[in-house]
Design a protein around this ligand. Sequence first.
Ligand code: GDP
Length: 467
Amino acid sequence: GAKVAIIGRPNVGKSTLFNRLVGKRLALVDDTPGVTRDRRPGDARLGDLRFTIVDTAGLEDADNASLEGRMRHQTEEAIAEADAVLFVIDARAGVTPLDAHFAEVARKTTTPVILLANKAEGRAGQSGLYESFSLGLGEPIGISAEHGEGLSDLYDALKPLVDRIDEEEALAAEGVEVEEARTNIEVDEDGEPLEEDEPVGTTERPLRVAIVGRPNAGKSTLINSMLGEDRMLTGPEAGITRDSISVEWQWHERHIKLFDTAGIRRKARVQEKLEKLSVADALRAIKFAEVVVITLDATNSFEKQDLQIIELVAREGRALVVAVNKWDLIEDREAAWKRIKDANERYFNQIRGVQIVTMSGIQGQGIDKLFESVFKAYEAWNSRVSTSKLNRWLDKVTINHPPPAVAGRRVRLRYMTQAKTRPPHFIAFASRPEQLPESYTRYLVNKLRETFNIHGTPIRFSYRKGE
Ligand code: GDP
C-alpha cells in the first residue's frame, strides 16, 4: 500500500492528524511544542482508502540548538521514503518563516505534496489559508484535524495518489515497472515553473505518448507502420499481445516513448472479458502518458467505449489527439468528416479544440500530421500564462461580459493566477464564488482557450473566496 508522511514545523497539529487518520490514540498529543514522540507508522483509513501513515512529530526537540538542521534532515528522509506527503501548516498562525523553509525542502522533491492548512475550523483560519498559496505547494486544503473537518477534501486529493500506488504495485506484481508521467508542475506568481523544465523530445526526456482505443481500431497496425517493421502481431481477432509495454521511437529529430494498451494487456486474459478490460488497460497507458492518441475506427467511430476513454483522458488531465483510422475504407469522405465534426462538438466538452487527424495505419498515411498534432497538444498541456497577463485579460473579459448579479449584488472576480501546468490549472478569487453559475465558468474557460491558444487539453479552473 501507499506510504504517506506528515510533515511540518512543530505544533501545527501533525499528531492530531495522525490520530485522526489512524483512529487510535497512538501518538501522544501535547500543546507544548517539542514534546518528543516516537516516529511510528500507523495503519490509516480515510473512507475506503487504506494506507500507511508516518508522523514526523517525534523528531522535534525544542531544546536542541540545531533543531532546524535536524528537522530538515529528517523531513528530507521522510519525504524520500514516502509516496505522498501531507504538508501541514497552522492556518491560525499563518505562514511562518519556518513553514516557508520546509516548503522549500518539499518543493524540491518529486514526491507529490498535499498542502493542509490545519486548525481551519470556523473563520479564524481563513487568512492563513490564503496566505499558504504563497508556499508554492498548490492549492491548500483547509482542515481541522481536531474536529474532523475537511476530510472529504483530503480524501479527494489523496485518492488518486493512493490508487496510483496500488495500481503500480499490481503492475509490479506482473513484472512491469514503469513510471507514471509527471503532471502538475507548479508555477510561481509570474507563471514560471518552480521546477527546472527540461525540453521534451530529447533522448533523456522523450515525449510520452499513449496509443489507446477500442480493440480492432487499428492501434497495433498504426504502431507497426510507425516503427516500420512488424514488431507486433496484428490480426482480425482482437487482443493479440506482445510483451513490452513501451517502445522508443523517433519522429524526425524528436524522441518519443510509446505506450500502448495491447502491450499492457496480459497474455492470459480471456477473450470474453476483453471489452471490459480494454478500458482499464487504456487507463494504465493514459497514466504513463503526457499526450494520449485515441484511435477511432472511421467505419464506426464514437462508440460507448470510445467515449469512456475520452472521459478518462479528461479526468486524468492529459492532452488528447484523435486519430480517425481506416480512412482508406471511407468512400464519402465529406459526409464522414461532417459526422466527426458534429461528434466533436458533442463529446469533447472538457477538452475543447482537440485536433482530429484522419489517417490510415495500413497505408502509413497521416502519421506526420498526427505527430505534429501530438506536439501541439503537448504545448497546450504545458502552457503557462503569467499573472500579469491573466489579470489584464480578466479585466477585459469581465467588462465585456460581467458576472451575473445575485439579489442585486454583482459577484466580483478580483484576481486570477495559474497554479499549475500539465494540465493548466487556473484559480480565480471571487467575492462570492458559490453564486457564479457554471455557464460563467464555461465562458471564462472558453475565452482562456481562445486568447491563449490552449487547445486539446483539459483546463482546470477553481475559485477561491477572497478579496
Ligand atoms: P488493435 O486491436 O487496435 O491493435 O487493432 P489492429 O491493429 O490489430 O487492427 C485490427 C484490424 O483492422 C486488422 O485486421 C487490421 O488489418 C485492420 N486495420 C488496421 N488499420 C487499418 C487501416 O488503416 N485501414 C484498414 N483498411 N484496415 C486497418
